[in-house]
Structure formats: C-alpha cells, structure tokens
Design a binder for this molecule. Structure first.
Ligand SMILES: [Zn+2]
Length: 439
C-alpha cells in the first residue's frame, strides 16, 4: 500500500534560505528547459524543414543544420553506445555544462535537478496523453522540489535532506513501520516548509474494489448550492456547509486593503502580503480538514457512492451581456449571480470529489459519476419528470403525489442511476439509514 505522510519542517535560518534559493533556481531551470522542449516540438510541426525559422535567433534553418532531435535541442542526442536518448535523458546530459556556465547551480543536489527534469517530462507526457499543454511557471506557481527514493533519511523526529542537512520536523503522526521510503517532496507554503513523504508498505496489499455481488448499500450524493447545505445524501442526511471563506471574508478584505495602502515594493507591503497569504492558507487548511472528514464519513456509510458529473466551470461562468437596439448594456443578472458564484467556489466541490474518490479507492469502495440531467425534476419514486414537480426546496410529484425534500429526491435519483450503470438489482439497496458516528 502506498500512502503519503505530510509533516511541517523546522529548518534553521540558513537552511530555509537555501531551500528558497533552490526553488527559485529550479523554477528558472524548469522554464528554460520547457522553452527548449516547446521549440523542439514546434520544429517538428513546421510544414517543411527548410522553412523553419528559429524563434530565438530568427535564422532560417536548412534541413542540413536542423537538429536531428524530435524531443529536445539541448544536450547530446545519442548515448555512447550509439542509441538514441529520449527527451529527459537528453536534457539531463546537458546538466554538467549548465553547472559549468552557471556555477551556482552546483549548490543544488544533482538528483533534485534531475527530478526537476522528470517533472517537466511528466508534464509533456500528460500533454501527449491528451491533457493540457505545459505552461511556463511564475515564481509563485513553483513552490516545490523532489528527492528520488533512497536519498532522504529519517530518524525519530529528525530528517536528513541531502545538501541541506539534518533538521527537525513536527512528527504529528508516527511514520509507519516496515515501510519503504519512495520520493520525498519539499513544499513551501505561506507558513513555512512542509515535507511530503511517500511510503510503501509491501506487507499490506493495495485494497481491491468490492465485488459487485457483495454490494449492500448505495449512497447518492447531490451537490446543492445552498448556504446551509454542502451535500444532500440519499439516506435523508444533509452535510452542513461551514463556508470558511465567508466567515473570514471581512478579515480578508481588511488585509487586502492594508496591502494596497502600503507603499509599493516596501518592506511593510511585503509583510502585509505575507499576512494575507497566511490567512488564505488558514482558509484552505480549514476547508481541507473538513473535506477529509466528510470524505471519510461517506465512505463509512456505503459501499457504492454515486455523485453527479458536474461542470463547475460552466456554473461559475459569467452571464452573457445583454444589449438593446442602441447598443446600451442592460441588466443581465450577473450581480445577483456573483454571490452564488462565491458560494460555489467556497464549496470547492471538485476538490471534495477528488478526496471522496481517493478514500473510496483506499477503502475498496466503488465511486461512480453519473449524468445529473433533470435529476432535480424527476420523481425518485415513480420516475415521472416534470419541471412543475419542484417548488424551490420542496418536491411534490404530480404523478404519484410523493412529497420529498428536493435535494434528497435528487440524490436518490442519482443513486438509482448509479445502480443502473453498475447493472445490479436496486430495490433493497436504496434508502440507506445506517447509523454512523458524526465525524
Ligand atoms: Zn412520482
């Protein structure tokens, strides 16, 4: 079984400075190598090799001088034995000359530099698998570095990071016994440095998803944008919405104002920005903690969890502008939607969903996503679909007369759709009212 443990680090002042320097150097290195790979990629896409124009030098290249590589222009394209290097290996072969021309890169542990290239390679691999094109990273987007396995040592509450040294960490939970340490990532946050240690315990096998024949309980989960309700469950329970962002909104506005009133670029302003970042961190921490608790709770209740396939980006999209014949802008309801958008963002459902999925995999449950279309208008009892069934938060079926809470009804409909998708018999599985301890 693979698990990740996170701890807060307690570095000395010089160690902290060193880690900050590393991250800043690694981010430029990442962007430099990304540029190289983008160029190489565009080069292959160029219609005819003779017409390719190097963006940096503005030289046109003939087929004869054009690089043989399809992956990277840096480094040696071939190994000593004549075999072709892949993009990562090619860029990696450039590292010695990088250290010669920019000697300050020597301070970074060599395996960390290589892991940085791996990270870039992973980004391109994701792109080739159909995800987004790799982007350049600004300094505030690049906050971590990674050690490969077998580099970092841990003894008690002390951790040894190669080239940085021994430091204490807050051992908030014990490290598992009989584990093998995999990669170790150091991440900078607003309130300090953290370490994430990936551990593999070979004595515990990875849990397999539950057999379909053994499924006893199915839980439908409906995400409703309401101030008091984060989720509605098909067993009639509701999960409260603590709205952490809203609770601290006033304080956040004050801190933002404090930032904007300080002199630009001054130390005072930097201090104010730090305080603002710490507040943001606090909101994120509170929300994450709550979401993990919700995810564990749901996984304790049922064997199968069914959620809707939400399009959050579409939900928080701005309303289309309305214009009259003369071209004047009319009210389009955006100002009314603003509060709703804020509420939706504060829920951060997609992150919650990721956590629920992660827990389901860990505990051997089944996690499903189904199409939520008309789930709030369809009667969960007889399946009759009509817009008039629903009156705000209450639901009354016009066909069979079943009254229900609108969100609970929607979640039962989702659960039924999930059961259909799995292809198992449903009657006994629904209406779960299993007791479970609150958090
Ligand atoms: Zn009905």
């Amino acid at each position: 079984m693979i698990v990740t443990h996170k701890y807060k680090l307690n570095p000395s002042e010089s160690q902290e400075q060193k880690m900050r320097d590393w991250i800043s150097m690694l981010s430029s290195h990442y962007n430099y190598c990304l540029r190289d790979r983008i160029e190489a990629y565009e080069e292959v896409k160029a219609p005819r090799l003779g017409e390719y124009c190097d963006l940096r030098t503005r030289d046109s290249r003939t087929p004869l001088t054009c690089s043989i590589s399809k992956n990277s222009n840096l480094g040696e394209p071939f190994k000593n034995n004549g075999k072709k290097r892949n993009a990562y290996e090619q860029q990696s072969s450039e590292l010695p000359s990088l250290k010669k021309s920019h000697p300050w890169y020597k301070t970074i542990h060599s395996t960390v530099l290589q892991q940085n290239l791996r990270r870039l390679d992973k980004a391109f691999q994701n792109f080739f698998d159909g995800r987004g094109y790799p982007k350049f990273k600004k300094r505030h987007q690049f906050k971590s570095f990674t050690y490969p396995p077998n580099q970092v040592k841990v003894e008690g509450n002390k951790i040894y990071l190669p080239s940085i040294g021994w430091m204490r960490m807050h051992l908030s939970r014990p490290l598992r016994e009989r584990f093998e340490m995999r990669s170790v990532t150091i991440r900078q946050k607003a309130d300090g440095f953290y370490v994430a240690i990936q551990l593999e315990d070979k004595t515990i096998p990875q849990t397999l998803p539950i057999d379909l024949a053994q499924v006893k309980t199915v839980l439908g989960v409906d995400c409703g944008a309401r101030p008091h309700k984060l989720l509605a469950l098909s067993n009639g329970e509701n999960i409260a919405n603590p709205q952490y962002e809203k609770k601290l909104a006033k304080r956040k506005t004050l801190r933002q104002r404090r930032c904007s009133r300080k002199k630009r670029g001054s130390n005072n302003q930097r201090q104010a920005f730090k305080e603002l970042a710490r507040l943001d961190q606090k909101i994120v921490n509170q929300r994450e903690d709550y979401q993990w608790k919700v995810a564990h709770k749901l996984n304790r209740i049922a064997d199968v969890i069914v959620m809707e396939d939400l399009n959050i980006q579409g939900m928080i999209r701005k309303c289309k502008p309305k214009q009259d014949e003369k071209g004047h802008y009319l009210k389009n309801g955006q100002s009314a939607k603003k509060a709703l958008n804020r509420l939706i963002r504060d829920c951060s459902w997609s992150e919650l969903k990721d956590k629920i999925r992660y827990c389901a995999e860990k505990f051997g449950r089944i996690f499903l996503e189904v199409n939520p279309k008309y789930s709030s208008q369809t009667c969960s009892h007889c399946g009759f679909k009509d817009k008039k069934n629903r009156h705000k938060e209450s639901f009354l079926c016009l066909n069979c007369g079943t009254p229900a809470d609108a969100d609970t009804n929607a979640s039962i409909t989702l659960a039924k759709r999930g059961v259909e998708k799995l292809g198992i018999s449903l009657d006994t599985l629904l209406g779960v009212t299993q007791e479970c301890d609150p958090f």
